[in-house]
Design a binder for this molecule. Structure first.
Ligand SMILES: [Fe+2]
Length: 293
């Protein structure tokens, strides 16, 4: 009988690591080629048929089903995010493209921006691309450079939906549960200025981002007047059902974008030369359109 894993964490085997770091995929020119090949569904690599890969993918699936997120240790950080794309193939071969044929995004935290994706400020528990008609089902994050203040800064967290709802029930937060499960709200961001309207939780899936709810309220004025109280309760409950996740260089978090919220703590910078030269957290991010059933 397979022992029940205590943490959704896998240390990638040497044979998988060697493949991820192989010269075929380890430079940035190869990344563009890899992205296009994968998007066309034409990636043909015999390693993906090997016992080593199949065994690895099976373990990822097992933890995915059990925890809705998986942390992968021992992944080499190579190819400007190529190793993130390759290791994500354990979950799905369908990736969400952007700018037509790109898959992997690179974010570097900066003291000179208020953009949510790379500000130093503490983030929110949220799902990604939450105003899209059909948000991606998996978010994959790879650490390129850990926060210079790690582990106290730049931590990740995952709050699973059913644990969040159970915690809200435990706190008798019935109005907030109704807000999430029964109230039509509007969410607005720059990629969807016309907004998305509907219930945050529908058919067991959540779409949620506090800033888009606030923007929706500013735009249409129809979100509940006690929105901030709900957001605070959701944040507090999500915090209490999650634990810090620290990623070293190369390490990956795969997290459900429909059955979990994810969060990034405040970040720091260390200046080599003010104002432009600094070290800060850097990550690669990609999104996937399906997951193991
Ligand atoms: Fe996110």
């Amino acid at each position: 009988m397979t022992p029940v894993p205590l943490l959704p964490e896998i240390v990638v085997s040497d044979i998988v690591t060697d493949w991820l770091a192989s010269s075929k995929y380890s430079n940035s020119l190869a990344l563009a080629d890899l992205e296009q090949t994968v998007l066309r569904g034409e990636l043909d690599d015999s390693f993906l048929q090997s016992d080593a890969w199949m065994g690895f993918a099976e373990r990822v699936h097992e933890l995915w089903r059990r925890y809705d997120h998986v942390v992968l240790r021992g992944v080499p950080e190579v190819g400007d995010g190529a190793s993130l794309l390759l290791v994500s193939l354990a979950l799905s071969h369908r990736f969400k493209p952007y700018r037509k044929d790109k898959v992997v995004k690179h974010f570097r935290m900066s003291p000179w921006t208020t953009d949510l994706s790379h500000t130093l400020k503490e983030g929110h528990f949220h799902t990604d691309i939450n105003t899209a008609p059909l948000p991606p089902v998996v978010t994959a994050i790879q650490c390129k450079v850990p926060d210079p203040g790690s582990p106290s800064q730049g931590e990740l967290r995952v709050a699973r939906l059913y644990e969040l709802l159970a915690e809200l029930r435990r706190r008798n937060a019935s109005a907030t549960l109704a807000f999430l499960q029964e109230t039509d709200v509007s969410m607005v961001n720059e990629t969807s200025p016309g907004g998305w309207m509907g219930c945050c939780i529908a058919e067991g899936r959540i779409r949620f981002h506090p800033e888009t709810l606030r923007a929706g309220h500013r735009r249409f004025g129809k979100n509940p007047i006690d929105l901030e109280a709900h957001l605070q309760l959701i944040h507090d409950a999500a915090l209490s059902v999650s634990t810090p996740i620290h990623l070293g260089a190369g390490e990956v978090l795969l997290v459900s974008n429909t059955r979990a919220l994810h969060y990034r703590g405040a970040c720091t910078v260390v200046f080599q030369s003010f104002p432009r030269a600094f070290t800060s957290r850097e990550v690669y991010v990609l999104h996937m359109l399906d997951e193991p059933s």
